[in-house]
Every structure is written in structure tokens, then in C-alpha cells.
Design a protein around this ligand. Structure first.
Ligand code: MN
Length: 442
């Protein structure tokens, strides 16, 4: 089965020259969606598509009526402040809009004169939260993360018996999801008593961590009671973003039994402003990494297609800067690199599992993959793993060290797809900064 069409031709060039520069990340083969407004204005946010170092205002483009049929319907859904209306359409609409935009932005397009006045420099806009997110579910799909974390608590039996059968997840909080640039005060809460049976601690978290994840934006949803079969699951996926699931490990350790994470994770979650469509990622499809010898999933989580091309090769990076490193104008330090292809479950399996009991998903819902760690040293998606629970500090090149995050630390997550003979496809970056705890009213 081929997922490729003329929009994936690696030789396509745009009449916007910055889109043709090597490794710019936003070539005409990408066409990521976001919402923007010019910096310094109070104009409403509106949908845009990223191209080179520019964005194209899709709401303004829609009022010129340049496209026909499904592409025109999809563009009309961009007369909005978020991407939810576009997400609520079908993959046929998303693909038609992608094809129309690809033709409009490539060299020789008749629409160049019409489109030029509707472009903005990315340097002079603000990007908003791309969708109204009603619900957020975070999964746990990296077996390497699950094993490394499990080993800290159960050295002899790190992986729980359900792991290879169920995509483990919990319901997160949508209200505190922010877009890249988010800042938040260090969370405060209860921590495990120092002596067993004693009174718990209370105060600012001292074991604040990041989690390197991708977010999956749900497109069209499903009615309550009607599950989405695996073979249709990708038709419910609009695209991917980068996600930092900030986690307070000390709060988590005390509260997580028996119902899972709660206040340890719902104080802030940060996503990148760009949503990269499944179409844009099609050249990077691959087989999931389930080792031979592992049990095959139950039939509702298994299909030939999913086994052959249900996963995606997406490179991931974590970078850290601190107040000191920024004062000294040092480059951020790369803490880890990993790859989405090493995950145990695919996006389609997450949708099929999430809905198997009749749970409804809605356009703009966000699924987190869980921390995407790889099998090797240097591929840890959290400080919990890098520092082995705080036992082995990371030495930073400017002379500081870290076990967990300090106030004013800034974490940037990046994701991109690369392969020989194809332009680099960026998923954008997601930065967030920790502010001091608010303790005046304690
Ligand atoms: Mn997580």
C-alpha cells in the first residue's frame, strides 16, 4: 500500500525561497497547520500553514475562494480561531487541502500573486494553542521507559504483566495544556512521609522532571458506544505535535497508588504550536518495533497494515538551558535523543484501544504517547531515567549539575524526520520554563 502522492515528490520546490533551503524543516512537502496572529496585536488567532520562514493566513485565503470541492470545504473550516473545525472533517478533506496548498505554493503556481499578500514572517507572529482541547489522555507506550522506571521500583520484575497486552494510559488534564513558551510556577503538594506511617511532607516539589513525548491530535471523533476498529483508527488522527508532560516525581510517588498520576502531572503540559499531518509523515512510516517472540496483540489491536507500517520514524531531542547558561550565552545542552519508532504501540492502536469500550473521542482531543525513551544510554526521555531517580547527577558543560529541574530551567523538545533524498520535515519545538513556587499563601 502506498501512502505517497505528488505532494511527496522530493524534487518539489516552492516559490517561497526559504522553504527550499536544506534542513529548514518547513519545505513544501511538510505543510504543518497552526494558529497565529501578528505579534503585538489583539487580533483573533486564525489557522495558518507553515512554509519556510513564513506562514500563510488560511482564513484570509478562504475568503478569496481559490479552491474547489473538498479542498474548498476544508479551507472554509479555517474561518475559525482554532483548527477544531478542520480536524472534524475527514482524511479526504485534509488530503485535498494539502494537495491544493502544495500546488498553490510550488514554483510556477498561478496563485502566487494572490497568496503573496497573505504571508507573514514567522519572526513577527505569535502562534497559539492549535485546538481547543476538550480531553487529554496520556499513554505509556515506550517499553524502554516502562522498563527503566519499573526497574527502579522492582529490580527483578520491572515490566508489569499487562504491559505487552494493553496500551497503558491515564486521563490527564486539558485545562493546563499550554503552547510552547509556557511558564508555570513549580508545583506544590504532598510528598511521601520520611518515616513509614508518619505525616506526609508538604511544599514545593523538589523532583520536577520533563517527559519527552509526542502528542496525537484527534481529527474526526466517534459516537459514544461505537468503537473505532484498528483498520479505521488512523482516519481519526489529524496529526502529531511535540509534548512535554512535566512531572513532579515526589508528588507522584506518594499519590499514584492506587489510581495513577493526578496532581503530579496536571499542573502544566506544553505542546509545540504545529500539527504535522499523517500525510506529511507518510514517507517516514515503518514497522512497529515489537520484538519477535513477544505475544501478538489481541485481534482488535492487530492488523497486517499496522504490523507493516503503523509506526513512524521521528527523531526526538531534549535540550536544557538554565538561568546561568543563558546569562553566559551558552548553547542549550542536549540531554538526550531518541526515536518514536522504538515505541511499543502505534497511534492507531491507541485510538482502537481508547474506544474499544465505547469511549468517544472528539475533534481536538489530545493523546500523549508517554515518555519516548530508547533502548540505549543517552536515549532517556526523562531525568528520572537519566539520573537514575536522582542518584547520578548530570554534569552540564557550564559547570552546573542537575538531578531534577531547578527554578528558571528551560526545557526544549524538538522532533524532526530525516532520510536521504528527502527534505527534512520538522515537527517544531516545544519550550517551557519553570518559575519559582508561589508560596506566599501557604
Ligand atoms: Mn507522560
Amino acid at each position: 500500500m502506498s501512502f505517497l502522492n505528488e505532494t511527496h515528490d522530493p524534487s518539489l520546490q516552492s516559490w517561497i525561497e526559504s522553504a527550499n533551503l536544506p534542513d529548514n524543516g518547513f519545505p513544501v512537502q511538510n505543510l504543518p497547520f497552526g494558529v497565529f496572529r501578528p505579534t503585538g496585536t489583539t487580533e483573533g488567532f486564525r489557522p495558518c500553514v507553515g512554509i519556510g520562514d513564513k506562514v500563510l493566513d488560511l482564513a484570509a485565503l478562504s475568503s478569496t475562494n481559490p479552491f474547489q470541492a473538498e479542498a474548498a470545504e476544508a479551507l472554509a473550516a479555517c474561518m475559525s480561531t482554532t483548527l477544531n473545525r478542520l480536524m472534524a472533517l475527514t482524511p479526504a478533506h485534509w488530503s485535498a487541502l494539502r494537495l491544493a496548498l502544495s500546488r498553490a505554493l510550488r514554483k510556477g503556481s498561478d496563485l502566487q500573486k494572490l497568496i503573496e499578500p497573505l504571508l507573514y514572517n514567522q519572526a513577527s507572529i505569535d502562534l497559539g494553542l492549535p485546538a481547543t482541547i476538550s480531553d487529554y489522555t496520556d499513554f505509556y507506550i515506550s517499553i524502554h521507559h516502562a522498563t527503566a522506571v519499573g526497574r527502579q521500583f522492582r529490580p527483578d520484575n520491572p515490566l508489569l504483566p499487562n504491559y505487552k497486552w494493553i496500551p497503558i494510559g491515564y486521563h490527564g488534564r486539558a485545562s493546563t495544556i499550554g503552547v510552547s513558551g509556557q511558564t508555570f510556577p513549580r508545583p506544590i503538594g504532598q510528598t511521601r512521609p520520611v518515616t513509614e506511617g508518619g505525616q506526609p511532607g508538604f511544599g514545593p516539589s523538589t523532583r520536577l522532571d520533563y517527559e519527552l513525548e509526542l502528542g496525537i491530535f484527534i481529527g474526526q471523533g466517534n459516537e459514544a458506544g461505537k468503537r473505532v476498529p484498528l483498520r479505521q483508527a488512523e482516519s481519526c488522527v489529524f496529526g502529531f505535535c511535540v509534548l512535554n508532560d512535566w512531572s513532579a516525581r515526589d508528588l507522584q510517588a506518594w499519590e499514584y497508588q492506587p489510581l495513577g498520576p493526578f496532581l503530579a502531572k496536571n499542573f502544566a503540559s506544553t505542546i509545540s504550536p504545529w500539527v504535522i499531518t499523517l500525510d506529511a509523515l507518510a514517507p517516514f512510516r515503518t514497522a512497529p518495533a515489537r520484538p519477535t517472540g513477544d505475544p501478538q496483540p489481541l485481534p482488535y489491536l492487530d492488523s497486517v497494515g499496522n504490523r507493516e507500517y503503523g509506526a513512524f520514524e521521528v527523531e526526538l531531542e531534549v535540550l536544557l538551558s538554565t538561568r546561568l547558561s543563558r546569562e553566559q550565552e551558552q548553547a542549550p545542552f542536549m540531554l538526550a535523543r531518541s526515536n518514536f519508532r522504538d515505541a511499543y504501540w502505534t497511534a492507531a492502536q491507541l485510538v482502537a484501544h481508547h474506544t474499544v469500550n465505547g469511549c468517544s473521542l472528539r475533534p481536538g482531543d489530545l493523546l500523549g504517547t508517554g515518555t519516548l525513551s530508547g533502548p540505549h544510554a543517552g536515549q532517556e526521555g526523562s531525568l528520572l531515567e537519566t539520573t537514575q531517580g536522582g542518584k547520578k547527577p548530570v554534569q552540564l558543560p557550564w559547570g552546573e549539575e542537575r538531578t531534577f529541574l531547578q527554578d528558571h530551567d528551560e526545557v526544549t523538545l524538538k522532533a524532526f524526520c530525516r532520510k536521504p533524498g528527502y527534505p527534512m520535515i520538522s515537527l517544531g519545538a516545544c519550550s517551557g520554563r519553570v518559575l519559582p513556587a508561589l508560596i506566599d499563601d501557604l
